[in-house]
Write a new protein. Structure first.
Length: 166
């Protein structure tokens, strides 16, 4: 995936436009029976309008975005929605994000993994924290919980990591 973000305004509300493209590389679009495909083997392109607001000097912020994903191949285009609220200090961040994707096409009935067509609707809740452990180095911990969806994998994923910033 590659993309860019262009800032339109910084104050009082930050506004930006973001565009990205995804090209599938190096995976089997028809995996063995019983295994989920990693994708549909087609490229996608996204365009999003983003906004953000800081309640400084209170260390609270909100962000949001809306967009569209143009799907390659037979998959229908998708509408994209996101919202995030967080609390941040120079050494700590706590956030909660809602990520919503809605297909513009009909969602196929549940069935075998091989029947996955690419159309999916889902809503994910993503709480997370980040703590500075050294200058420019952060420890991160996130939870990705699928709240609802059609033709998508259900469940909760836990993620930890280290991020480096300049």
């Amino acid at each position: 995936m590659a993309g860019f973000r262009y800032r339109i305004a910084a104050r009082p509300v930050a506004l930006a436009i973001q565009a990205s493209a995804k090209l599938p590389l190096g995976y089997d679009v028809e995996p063995p029976a019983g295994e989920p495909p990693l994708g549909n083997g087609e490229g996608d392109a996204d365009v999003k309008a983003l906004m953000g607001y800081s309640f400084y000097p209170v260390p609270v912020y909100v962000t949001g975005g809306v967009g569209i994903r143009a799907r390659g191949g037979d998959a229908e285009n998708e509408l994209l929605y996101e919202a995030e609220a967080g609390w941040s200090t120079p050494a700590f961040l706590a956030k909660i994000t809602v990520d919503i994707v809605r297909s513009r096409g009909e969602i196929a009935a549940a069935g075998d993994f091989a029947a996955v067509t690419g159309e999916a609707d889902y809503t994910k809740l993503l709480p997370g924290i980040a703590a500075r452990i050294a200058d420019g180095t952060w420890f991160t911990a996130d939870v990705i919980h699928v709240m609802d969806g059609k033709n998508t994998l259900a469940g909760t994923t836990f993620s930890i990591g280290v991020a480096y910033t300049k």
